[in-house]
Ligand binder design. Structure first.
Ligand SMILES: [Zn+2]
Length: 509
């Protein structure tokens, strides 16, 4: 019988296997949403990448360069070897700090499955690039020093495979640590009720549902790195190992990696300008048809706040859409900033259409007129005004509908509601959630937007994929299709108030 798929909030296959809490599972406290794990009191965060990888580098290098079954066989042999042939097995561990404390005989005994394997030994020669390894003296006794960069790739491949704490490779190494603590040190006890979980660990990765086994391994391994209750040392180090172990050396490790290898940047992708033309032409055509439609429908030269707002907001967004389609802007930071404005304009129109009464259309118009008056009065008393400000225009806009001496200035948002509320009331909250927050980040220059626009990841895994400046990013995912969808939704409103309007932006086939 087929197993029923577990219900999940994740709708994208790439993220299904990851531990990701749904937004609804976050707890709201004031203006903050906290994920479930961060709600557990007294947790100390320990980073696998920053402080975990360096301690098991030898295993990481092997796992990244050998097939899983070959590597797990070596790991199993190490556990058996330590347990059966080292008389002091309880006071040993396989981290570099722990191995540095062991005498030559102990090291050679425990590591004999590696040291007797010529392929593994050759791969591990890459460890000798690093002077910071506390147990370097042991490795130097067995391994031949590599020539210049001959073995650097093994080191990079190994670290690359385990930088992600949830990868298969890092899970395999975290399994080794648990099994060593359980079988050799005897410091992890499994109650009988957890027999099935123990079988999953013992026969890993061939027993049980790996979607459960892997997270269990990772959760348990985190506790081995916890320094609570062990005088500031990770739990995986027994008291006698702690006495002689070196202080934490992860910082030195990453510094040496940085000093001894260069940053790698990916290839710069040039945007493809040919793809601009389709939407640019479409937006241009629709702009013309909307303008003509306005003139066809005009019945009076009276001030008509509703008509002007409906057509005006649509034309305004089409203007922006045209700009987005120009010179590859749709794949650039500016495209995102402009899309966010389009989103706001669409929600404004939706809200106006939802309420559709004389007062609300007038309120929208008066607000804008008031803003022109405000800017006019502020700049009027300045000897120099910003270059983009034209005082004559401001004066005209402030007085076009009504002499400004009778016009109020509204200093609150025009609808006296924030955009989220407007979206909620007009039934487009879902749209707002999808588009607004992330696009707003680009307007405000929040860190994630800056990260996305001017930084890239150095592709050297020995640098922990740190961020380095990038030539301005010109190949972001295009915003043109989103712009087209927004325009089309607005044209639906136009058709509702001033039928018939059938023209729509067409998507390329
Ligand atoms: Zn780098």
């Amino acid at each position: 019988m087929k197993k029923r798929k577990k219900k999940t909030h994740i709708k994208h296959a790439d993220f299904e296997g990851l531990n990701i809490s749904a937004l609804e599972d976050h707890k709201r406290k004031g203006g903050r949403l906290s994920p479930p794990l961060s709600q557990i009191a007294n947790t100390t965060l320990t980073s696998w990448r920053d402080h975990g990888i360096n301690e098991v580098l030898w295993a990481i290098v092997l796992r990244g360069n050998l097939r899983q079954n070959v590597c797990l066989t070596i790991f199993r042999k190490i556990i058996a070897q330590a347990r059966e042939n080292d008389p002091n097995y309880k006071d040993t561990f396989i981290s570099h700090s722990a191995l540095s404390v062991l005498d030559d005989d102990q090291f050679d005994t425990i590591m004999s499955p590696v040291l007797s394997d010529e392929c593994a030994k050759n791969i591990l020669r890459s460890l000798l690039y690093l002077e910071c390894l506390p147990d370097l003296k042991h490795w130097l006794r067995h391994l031949q020093e590599p020539e210049s960069n001959s073995h650097l790739e093994y080191l990079m491949k190994g670290v690359a495979s385990s930088l992600d704490h949830q990868s298969q490779e890092s899970t395999d190494i975290r399994w080794l640590k648990i099994m060593y603590c359980a079988i050799v040190q005897g410091r992890i006890k499994f109650p009988q009720t957890m027999g099935d979980m123990l079988e999953g660990f013992r026969l890993y990765p061939d027993y049980g549902d790996q979607r459960s086994v892997r997270p269990q391994i990772r959760a348990l391994e985190i506790t081995l790195r916890s320094t609570i209750e062990n005088n500031g040392h990770p739990y995986e180090m027994t008291a006698s190992l702690c006495e002689k172990a070196p202080p934490q050396w992860s910082r030195e490790f990453w510094k040496e990696c940085l000093d001894k290898s260069s940053c790698f940047t990916g290839e710069f992708k040039k945007p493809d300008h040919a793809e601009n033309d389709w939407y640019f032409d479409q937006f241009f055509q629709v702009y013309q048809v909307v303008s003509e439609h306005f003139l066809e429908k005009i019945e009076s030269t009276d001030i008509d706040p509703k008509r002007d707002a409906v057509y005006g907001l649509i034309l305004y967004n089409l203007y922006i859409a045209l700009t987005i389609g120009h010179s590859g802007l749709h794949r650039r930071l500016e495209g995102r900033i402009l899309l966010r404005t389009m989103v706001e304009n669409f929600i404004t129109l939706k809200y106006l259409a939802h309420n559709d009464n004389k007062a609300i259309w007038q309120q929208f118009r008066s607000y804008g007129t008031g803003q022109a008056k405000l800017a006019f009065l502020k700049n009027l008393q300045e000897e120099t005004v910003p270059s983009f400000v034209n005082l004559n225009d401001l004066f005209d806009y402030a007085n076009e509908d009504l002499w400004q001496e009778f016009g109020d200035i509204n200093i609150k948002p025009w609808s006296e509601k924030n955009l989220r509320k407007m979206a909620q009331e007009s039934g487009v909250k879902e749209f707002y959630d999808k588009y607004y927050d992330w696009a707003s980040g680009y307007v405000h220059g929040n860190w994630a937007a800056i990260r996305d626009s001017v930084f890239t990841v150095c592709l050297n895994p020995l640098h922990r994929y740190h961020r380095i400046p990038l030539i301005p990013k010109l190949d972001m995912p295009s915003v043109q299709m989103d712009a087209a969808k927004i325009v089309n939704s607005m044209l639906d409103i136009l058709n509702q108030f001033y039928p018939q309007f059938k023209e729509r932006v067409k998507h390329p086939s």
